[in-house]
Design a protein around this ligand. Sequence first.
Ligand code: FE2
Length: 283
Amino acid sequence: MTAYRKVAKVLKGRRTSDGAGVKLTRLFSNETVTLTDPFLLLDFFGSDRPEDYMAGFPLHPHRGIETVTYMLDGYVDHQDSIGNKGSIGPGDVQWMTAGNGILHEEMPQRSEGWMCGLQLWVNLPRAKKMMTPRYRGVLSGSIPRVELDDGSVVKVIAGEFQGSRGPVEDLVVNAEYLDVNLRSGTSLEHKVPKDMNTFAMVYGGSLLFGGAQEVTSGNVAVFGSGDAVSVVGGEKGARFILVSGTPLHEPIAWGGPIVMNTGEELDKAFLELKNGTFIKTAP
Ligand code: FE2
């Protein structure tokens, strides 16, 4: 018999700003990391007012983590210290493994309509924190779309849904990333291996769980243990990401954009930033 995962906790997004002053909603961060391990942070940025996002995220470092940027609308131009440069457009994904260190900038471009997307940070295990940086740009057209009978759509960015595999393979940390557009009243069941942590971030409409609980747009449902997730689209349907990953259960030393295992490693990273030896990998 299938043991459905119940909602263990609802994390309410809070409005904040980051970078050079980009307004965004932070769904989770360091306070809740044991619940979401191996995922460290999730931000949703979305606005139709360029003044909310044009300041962007000028050159900044990362070490010990991966940043996964998924654009829903609009464009973010980027470049980094390992020689990548380009634009992430609607439906595109950038899966960037900072490893031993990168410097990059992420600059949203002026849009007539909405500019919105999500950035997820995936922690790296101790053995891989200082790996050579790796960069993957995935175009929208290479992301499989699985259409359900009623027109609901599941896009498979990483992992597998009903036999379709996402293009982001060979991950350092075992993870699955689905983007779902669920019609009102439609139920979706998805098996998630027992050892993985799972959450759903709702960014449009609402999701119903177990017939009674509703999680609305701008919030995250963190699931408890079990074999599978079962959700139903709310009155206006639901747009959400369903993300799962195998937890690392390692100590975390978190200093802004750098996440290591110990305070000494963190101090070393900031010292290297100061004395110009942070970057280990040239373009
Ligand atoms: Fe960044």
